[in-house]
Ligand binder design. Structure first.
Ligand SMILES: [Zn+2]
Length: 167
């Protein structure tokens, strides 16, 4: 399993000096560590997790978002969601899993589910161009994340600035 912390730290209760430094520099968070260790533990029972990659975990008001490597989402979700259910019990919030893939639209649609991108428009402003994602307003209450949280996570994963609007 590939994770934000090293293999030694995945199995240990303490951090090695290298991972400790990452934590101090805020390259990784306590949540990354917690989620990675829980999944590592679960990989004993669920073998498919062993060749998965955990990129990052984000805490939001209502859900924890786990970002996985491309094609690793289903491994982390598990059959009928059995793995994410166990992770949710450990972190105390429902889990949303999204794969970090090349195509920004796929990442964004993963985060917006059950909603999806209706259109992406370029907006011209004095400060420069930005991309505005329009999502049907009927999904606003179904996504379980605030617009601000979604924008933050989309920006973190895609490294592009997007604005989100429910219209
Ligand atoms: Zn380490």
């Amino acid at each position: 399993m590939k994770a934000p912390i090293c293999n030694v730290c995945l199995k240990s209760d303490v951090l090695c000096s290298k991972c400790e430094e990452k934590l101090e520099n805020e390259e990784i968070t306590e949540l990354d560590i917690k989620v990675s260790r829980v999944l590592k533990e679960l990989s004993n029972e669920h073998g498919s997790l062993r060749d998965s990659e955990i990129v990052k975990a984000y805490d939001t008001e209502n859900v924890v978002v786990i970002v996985t490597g491309p094609e690793d989402g289903a491994k982390v979700v598990g059959r009928k969601g059995e793995i994410v259910k166990k992770v949710a019990d450990e972190v105390g919030k429902p889990i949303r899993v999204v794969e970090k893939v090349e195509n920004d639209k796929d990442v964004i649609n993963g985060l917006l589910s059950p909603g999806e991108i209706q259109s992406i428009n370029t907006v011209f402003k004095p400060s420069g161009e930005s991309q505005k994602i329009v999502v049907d307003e009927e999904f606003e209450d179904k996504i379980n994340m605030t617009r601000e949280d979604l924008e933050m996570i989309i920006q973190e994963i895609t490294e592009e600035e997007y604005e989100l609007a429910f219209e």
